[in-house]
Design a protein around this ligand. Sequence first.
Ligand code: SF4
Ligand code: SF4
Length: 331
Amino acid sequence: MKTISSLLDKEWYERYRSISKLNIRSSIYDVTNRCNLRCRGCFFFSSDEHRVTEEMDMEKWEQFVDKEMKRGVNLAILIGGEPTLCLDRVEAFYSRLPTFCATNGIIKVPRERFPHMMVGISLWGDEDDERLLRGRDTFSISRRNYEGDLHAYYLYTITPRQIGKSERIIGKIRDAGLKVHMQLLSNDEGVDGFFWKEAELKDIRSEMDDILHKYPDTVISSRYYHEIITTGKMGDKRFGWEECPSVSEPLDHRDPPKRRLIGFVRWASDLKTMYRCCTSQTRDCSTCKDGAAHMSWVMVNKRAHMDSPQHLQGWIEVYEMFAKLYQFIPW
Ligand code: SF4
Ligand code: SF4
């Protein structure tokens, strides 16, 4: 069995040591069932995850967060609905533990109240795609709200229609003084023209590699992540239900047990219901392109990457990328 130190030179070993100390324990929280958009393809609404009764009592939210921390959670990932519609609930997390807030960027997170909270702004393509899928061009609004913000980045969901066009968007994000992380649309509502074909996945992989090469200070990504997300393969394993690490732990009865995120739960806004996983509970796992689930899949499989220096370096880069996106290490 090869050891980490025999596979890495001094520089890579130091990088490995920095991330190996992190011990990230994340969970995901639906802050609200409401949103100021209704995007076609939104997993939250398409899977009816908005149908629980929201907890309205702030004290209950605060007690809930305390309980989550006692369970060992050290990273709260807030989603929804649109979390910025309920800033008191966001504050219940942010005032207690490292917190990441996903948003469509239409309402600005007030920085005097949340100075260091990492904000991930969703973006679904260029102006035409956004109008078609989300009903409006959100970039022009979110750019005004977050230009130059050091604790914000775009979470750019690439659609098959973006092939050949993504560089223009990355350039706009760079010009706004922001970072960007890329993932692929899963098309949960079956919008025509937005399903991925094999050849398109190959094309977008090489486009993502090219963009990373040209915009290394703007794009938070890695070539190995591009390979994993576009092929869905890691060695002889294929991503899907049998491999997914992002299943809510109390609902995970897979036998034999799988390599998974320790203690991970995705909570609904009633603070009682748990959903199957980090994304749509009705999605067919064989079509799932969820970026965070693919990243976590790599992260929980360190041993599978200990066959060569290059492979282990790929693992380190994916881990670093995740740690940067949630502010555990600097950009
Ligand atoms: S902004 Fe997010 S939560 Fe709201 S409809 Fe769009 S994808 Fe869904
Ligand atoms: S839909 Fe994706 S994230 Fe959810 S269980 Fe299936 S593979 Fe995992």
